[in-house]
Design a protein around this ligand. Structure first.
Ligand code: ZN
Length: 221
């Protein structure tokens, strides 16, 4: 039988290929002991803490789980740009373990993912920060909400922009609702921090909306 590969749906093709070729770790390419079928234990256990990062001034505190190194880079790339939604659970688990190690608790907090512009959200089909916040919230028992903030501005390929351009784009990019309870802390959740401009602007917007304390919690940077 002649197979027209072009016409096979992507997931069926994946299934067929998995049967013939085992999956490989997204980070190192090996095919042994993959967790969630995507990353090997060796890579997961090799994640390291990051070097100190200058806290964006609007944030009251900033926690970065891991260094954005050669192990995490391909994993995050897959998560953000190749429909890697199933990685959210794995990444949230690693971050939850890290928070436990650091003995950090988030009482009276709401996890707020960095919002995507609606056009970007439609284009990608999901918001990586939102999936991470949801999975993390469920693991550490903290509420999360993606309905408290909106993003108005959006630029393609922000990762390729100069810090100045990112700063400009982030300015006045968001709107936020006030806290449901005045004692609640906002904990902004994101997957990667580069310059901190986005977190800084979102924190500023939340403070203007009445949140007294705004913290940042990022998977890697
Ligand atoms: Zn690996």
């Amino acid at each position: 039988m002649k197979v027209d590969w072009e016409k096979l749906p992507a997931n069926l093709l994946d299934l067929l290929l998995d049967g013939v070729f085992p999956r490989h770790c997204l980070a190192c390419g090996r095919d042994d002991q993959l967790r969630d079928g995507q990353v090997c234990e060796r890579c997961l256990n090799s994640l390291v803490s990051t070097v100190p990062f200058e806290k964006p001034k609007q944030l009251d505190s900033l926690i970065i789980g891991f260094a954005y190194n050669d192990t995490l880079r391909p994993i995050i790339h897959h998560y953000k740009f190749h429909n890697g939604t199933s990685l959210a659970n794995l990444l949230a688990s690693k971050l939850a373990d890290r928070l436990k190690e650091l003995n950090l608790k988030f009482e009276d907090s709401v996890l707020i993912p960095v919002p995507d512009h609606p056009a970007r959200r439609r284009e990608r089909g999901y918001n990586p920060s939102e999936l991470l916040a949801k999975a993390l919230g469920e693991k550490i028992g903290v509420i999360h909400s993606s309905k408290l903030t909106v993003r108005y501005r959006y630029g393609h390929h922000q990762s390729l922009m100069t810090p100045d351009k990112r700063e400009k784009l982030a300015k006045d990019a968001f709107q936020a609702l006030p806290p449901p309870n005045s004692d609640f802390r906002a904990v902004i959740v994101d997957d990667v921090i580069r310059t901190g401009a986005t977190l800084n602007q979102l924190a500023k917007t939340l403070k203007k909306a009445g949140w007294k304390r705004v913290e940042g919690l990022v998977l890697c940077g």
